[in-house]
Write a new protein. Structure first.
Length: 405
């Protein structure tokens, strides 16, 4: 062990022992002297930004292999046993490298290059959650590395953005709104237009603290109010074309596929008043496929599992699902034009079955304990809003960035 590394390590541990400074403990923890593998220490260091490191270790906040767990617990146990006279070198069994004899006189500022380290042998990772969701599988399909960061390391995400809070508040407003208007119709247009204003205001008040500033609240609320009026335009036209009743709002979707439990929530479930068939409605406040053909292609190429999952969950519950629709609520300047996929027409049952089979296949892989590597996304656009971009050294770069590197 390099003597200066070992000295810094011991100093950090004593500084923590005397002052309780979590940052010094984390620095010691990340030192090669700690005995904890580098990537495990890096992941726990992220968690330690939010809670004391030793607490995070004793709760085993991040799933790791048995060997890594042992290293973590050994570190924690040693650290807890430190007393004023403890010899840290002894406690951590640090063997110092003998000084290298040299004929050259030492010059101040000289340094010696360290021996190259051999790469750590990859070890397997197993999904630790008992339940799966379509969004977890979507994340895996988009970028296995992102899935690893989010669902295995449980690395801390950035706090919610104003865009995501806009989505949460808008969903809440529509849930309440359809509680009062389960059967929209042209005759109710004026009343619906007035009432939705109140529901949007109330929802944004409830989520006010999630926004960074009150200006942000007002801007996003105005955007939602404009979009809500466009949503009423669509609701009036749609209810005139094919009258329907909202039979479910934010309802749980549970499904067991080959021993794997899936959970999720469906934004809205409609029943066609004339045919009795059911439509699954998903509100979208982010970017989505712009045409039914584009969405179908995402399902066909296993890049989106959300609506197929809802389809199979409701079919298992006994519904005859004839339509799957995404309702875009992002842009206040354009009409609300749902991306509506007719089951058996735009998308075939065979394609939905393939999506279901692929879901089982992915879950089998994730729980096999045989995965040792999680490749990064191939498409750089996946990284644009990725919370882990700063920690992801191998991420793909846009053509223009590559040119500049
Ligand atoms: S930055 Fe890109 S490659 Fe890295 S985890 Fe995120 S999406 Fe995947």
């Amino acid at each position: 062990m390099n003597p200066s590394l070992a000295r810094t390590f011991a100093d950090d541990l004593f500084a923590w022992f005397e002052s309780g400074d979590n940052a010094r403990l984390v620095r010691a923890f990340r030192s090669p002297c700690s005995g904890v593998p580098h990537d495990v220490a890096a992941a726990y260091a992220v968690v330690a930004q939010h809670e004391p490191l030793l607490d995070a270790i004793s709760r085993l906040r991040i799933a790791v292999s048995a060997t890594e767990r042992e290293a973590l617990l050994r570190f924690s146990e040693r650290v807890r046993s430190i007393a004023p006279q403890t010899d840290i070198f002894d406690l951590f069994e640090l063997q110092l490298e003998p000084a290298v004899a040299s004929d050259e006189p030492e010059v101040a500022g000289d340094f010696r290059l360290a021996e190259a380290r051999t790469a750590q042998a990859p070890s397997s990772v197993r999904a630790r959650k008992a339940h799966f969701s379509a969004s977890a599988l979507n994340a895996y399909a988009e970028c296995p590395r992102k899935w690893y960061f989010r669902y295995v390391c449980a690395a801390i995400e950035d706090k919610s953005s104003s865009a995501s809070t806009y989505g949460t508040a808008f969903h809440a407003a529509l849930e309440d709104f359809h509680g009062e208007f389960p059967e929209p119709s042209p005759a109710l247009e004026a009343e619906m237009r007035t009432k939705i204003v109140g529901y949007v205001n109330w929802a944004f008040e409830r989520f006010r603290n999630e926004f960074d500033t009150s200006v942000e609240v007002e801007l996003q609320k105005r955007r939602a109010q404009r979009t809500a009026q466009r949503y009423i335009d669509w609701l009036v036209a749609e209810s005139a074309r094919a009258p329907f009743t909202v039979i479910g709002r934010e309802i749980g979707a549970n499904l067991e596929l080959d021993g794997f439990d899936f959970v999720g929530y469906i934004d809205r479930l409609d029943r066609d008043n004339r045919t009795g068939e059911v439509a699954i409605i998903d509100y979208k406040t982010g970017s989505i496929a712009t045409t039914p053909a584009e969405y179908r292609e995402k399902v066909r190429t296993f890049r989106d599992f959300q609506l197929p999952f809802y389809y199979w969950a409701r079919t298992a519950a006994g519904d005859t699902v004839s339509r799957l629709a995404l309702i875009p609520l992002k842009d206040a300047l354009v009409d609300v034009a749902p991306v509506s996929v007719e089951v058996g027409k735009t998308i075939t049952i065979g394609e939905l079955e393939s999506a279901r089979a692929r879901m089982i296949e992915i879950c089998t892989q994730l729980t096999s304990g045989e995965l040792t590597a999680f490749p990064v996304a191939r498409d750089p656009s996946a990284c644009t809003y990725c919370s882990y971009a700063n920690a992801c050294a191998d991420r793909p770069h846009e053509e223009r960035e590559r040119f500049g590197r």
